[in-house]
Design a protein around this ligand. Structure first.
Ligand SMILES: Nc1nc2c(ncn2[C@@H]2O[C@H](COP(=O)(O)OP(=O)(O)OP(=O)(O)O)[C@@H](O)[C@H]2O)c(=O)[nH]1
Ligand SMILES: [Mg+2]
Length: 249
């Protein structure tokens, strides 16, 4: 029985949302991986539809992490600063290529005194969103440390990374003149511009990574494989009449 809430109509993704600027993206492919599209069409996505993927949002105090999450999940904005104490999280349900998919967005505290509580929740993240304030160069410099801390608890080879420059509405001249923004920056502000598109892209890329991992797992041993016992053959798995799906490359 699926006890998760139904997917809202405006959380349905039929194609890969494009990156904001090609030169500012780590992931530049324009479409879903064909293996993923094919697996979704053939309902071969395994447990992906039942899983909840963890996304952590980190960055200096007051850069706007909570506002960003609230803008997307609740469509609200509070101009008064209330520090996050430790962590908080929101659940978001999507449907990607016809498959339900859930993200758990972990909002962590930027204040130094809450950092050790927050960092205990970093583990098991599939995506890390690092936020800095476009009007505060120190918050950009600190992103390196936030990234290092978050990667200590996660597998750097598989986790997806996103860098967000916040408070774009306040920035006449982002950060400081002459300082180049890092390549993978998404420029957002919580009045709404790009926020929805950004989280859709996070959801889509996390979903894609999950399906690919699932395909890899199921490729190691498929249902219908014949297991030879007492064989001298080093390859114990033989697939009887293996049919290649028509749409797979
Ligand atoms: N003008 C403007 N203000 C923003 C924006 N985003 C956040 N703020 C304001 O910045 C302050 C801090 O925002 P929060 O979202 O609470 O910051 P935070 O990163 O969660 O802070 P911690 O929980 O302490 O780590 C609040 O007063 C917000 O109203 C933005 O895009 N534009
Ligand atoms: Mg907060």
């Amino acid at each position: 029985m699926n006890i998760l809430a139904p997917v809202r109509r405006d959380r349905v993704l039929a194609e890969l949302p494009q990156c904001l600027r090609k030169e500012a993206a780590l992931h530049v492919h324009r479409d879903f991986n064909p293996r993923v599209t094919c697996a979704c069409q053939e309902h071969r996505t395994g447990t992906v539809g039942f899983k909840i993927s963890k996304v952590i949002v980190v960055g200096d105090l007051s850069v706007g992490k909570t506002c960003l999450i609230n803008r997307f999940c609740k469509d609200t904005f509070d101009k008064n600063y209330k520090a996050t104490i430790g962590v908080d999280f929101e659940m978001e349900r999507f449907e990607v290529l016809g498959v339900p998919f859930s993200l758990q967005l972990w909002d962590t505290a930027g204040q130094e005194r809450f950092k050790c509580i927050a960092s205990t929740y970093y583990r098991g993240a599939q995506a890390i969103i690092i936020v800095f304030n476009l009007n505060d160069v120190a918050s950009l410099e600190h992103t390196k440390q936030w990234l290092a801390d978050a990667l200590k608890e996660n597998d750097p080879s598989s986790v997806l990374l996103f860098l967000v420059g916040s408070k774009k509405d306040l920035s006449l001249c982002p950060v400081t003149p002459g300082l180049e923004l890092p390549l993978s920056t998404h420029l957002l502000h919580v009045s709404g511009e790009n926020v929805r598109e950004f989280f859709f892209r996070v959801a889509a890329l996390t979903f894609e990574a999950n399906v690919l991992a699932e395909l890899e797992k199921s490729g190691a041993r498929r249902i219908g494989d014949v297991v030879r016992i007492n064989s001298d053959d080093s390859n114990l798995y033989l697939t009887a009449n293996k049919k290649k799906p028509t749409c797979c490359p």
